[in-house]
Design a binder for this molecule. Structure first.
Ligand SMILES: Nc1ncnc2c1ncn2[C@@H]1O[C@H](COP(=O)(O)OP(=O)(O)O)[C@@H](O)[C@H]1O
Ligand SMILES: O=P(O)(O)OC[C@H]1O[C@](O)(COP(=O)(O)O)[C@@H](O)[C@@H]1O
Ligand SMILES: [Mg+2]
Length: 326
């Protein structure tokens, strides 16, 4: 029999579509198992301030389809300090919260790992980030929705690019990760994809463009991940413009619209599955783990493993785009 009676749930880091579906699943699974559940507002900031709200089943009605997070999210500087985490622990003791479900990305889990090393509190993580950059899960909640949002935007840009015979550099999110750029590039038939995990030389990019955009096509799309080493879409566009004044170049930075919107069916189902799995794991006395999806099944990966290992970008996908973009 688990000793856990009351759990807290929070969302942290960049928000992602499907976080609400995960909150709903955590709250309802906890109640189903006769646990009390409190929502912690604004991620670790709320934990430090004791910003807690008891949640009932009806508090999570009508949220499965909503983007953002009803609990709000934050990037908390204070939680990075020993004092900040001490305050968070004191607030948890005062509210009699025995365990936590944290929904977020790699940073959120790094914070959770340190917290569980300092204090003996069971914490289970649910991967929620549009970046899909977590080792130990094929998908993170929000990635599929963001991907579809990017695709819709790029398709529209392609229409106007074709009408004017233009070359567009489109910047998508991903400070450290190129998964969104890579998949959206393939799905929109981009002429080139630039991601942080690979160095693309200007000469190679010029070659692609000479073959594709200036070869026989009436438009060109280069997808640039925010964190690409070339310095972002504007920088790389300027470099190409200097060498090729004959190209008609435009830049579009998609920005935070990529993080909003109603979650896709895939993200809703993944979020629901992982929300249930997270509470089940706590009831099973597991701690310091992330629940994820591998080959369609729920996986359990230690925070240590998911933090220390880097999810690998498949070379085969880059090769595939090289073949298809000629
Ligand atoms: N090394 C760390 N120690 C303590 N807390 C951390 C650490 N790294 C991240 N965090 C906490 O997790 C929060 C979310 O991390 P961040 O990287 O912004 O987003 P994500 O979880 O989506 O990757 C940070 O604002 C911070 O409060
Ligand atoms: O909203 P902010 O603070 O500008 O952060 C932007 C970053 O957040 C993300 O959207 C999501 O990153 P995290 O999930 O790691 O928080 C990145 O793709 C992007 O680089
Ligand atoms: Mg992150």
């Amino acid at each position: 029999m688990s000793r856990i009676k009351k759990i807290g749930v929070l969302t942290s880091g960049g928000d992602a579509p499907g976080m609400n579906a995960a909150i709903r699943a955590v709250v309802r699974t906890a109640i189903f198992n006769n646990l009390e559940v409190v929502g912690v507002k604004q991620g670790y900031e709320g934990l430090i301030k004791g910003d807690f709200e008891t949640m009932k089943s009806y508090d999570v009605s009508n949220i499965i389809q909503k983007g953002g997070t009803i609990l709000c999210s934050a990037r908390s500087e204070e939680f990075r300090s020993v004092e900040g985490r001490k305050k968070a622990h004191e607030q948890m003791l005062a509210a009699k919260i025995d365990a936590l479900v944290v929904i977020g990305g790699d940073g959120t889990f790094s914070g959770a790992r340190i917290f569980t090393q300092e204090y003996d509190i069971p914490v289970v993580g649910i991967p929620g980030t549009i970046d899909n950059d977590l080792f130990g899960t094929d998908y993170t909640i929000g990635f599929d929705t963001a991907l579809n949002t990017v695709i819709e935007a790029v398709d529209k840009i392609r229409d106007t690019a074709s009408a004017h015979n233009r070359l567009f550099f489109i910047e998508v999110m991903g400070r450290d990760a190129g998964f969104l750029a890579l998949r959206s590039g393939i799905a929109t038939g981009a002429e080139a994809i630039l991601i942080p995990e690979r160095q693309t030389h200007l000469k190679d990019l010029e070659k692609y463009l000479a073959k594709g955009y200036k070869g026989h096509k009436n438009s060109g799309i280069v997808i640039v991940a925010e964190g690409d080493k070339s310095g972002g879409a504007y920088t790389i566009a300027r470099e190409i413009e200097k060498k090729h004044p004959e190209y008609d170049i435009r830049v579009s930075v998609l920005g935070h619209m990529q993080r909003g919107g109603s979650p896709s069916a895939f993200d809703r189902v993944t979020a629901s599955t992982l929300g249930v799995a997270a509470v089940d794991a706590l009831l099973d006395d597991q701690k310091s783990i992330m629940v994820g999806m591998v080959n369609g099944e729920v996986s359990h990966v230690s925070f240590n493993k998911t933090i220390k290992n880097k999810k690998v970008v498949k070379d085969s996908l880059l090769t595939l785009n090289d073949i298809l973009s000629i």
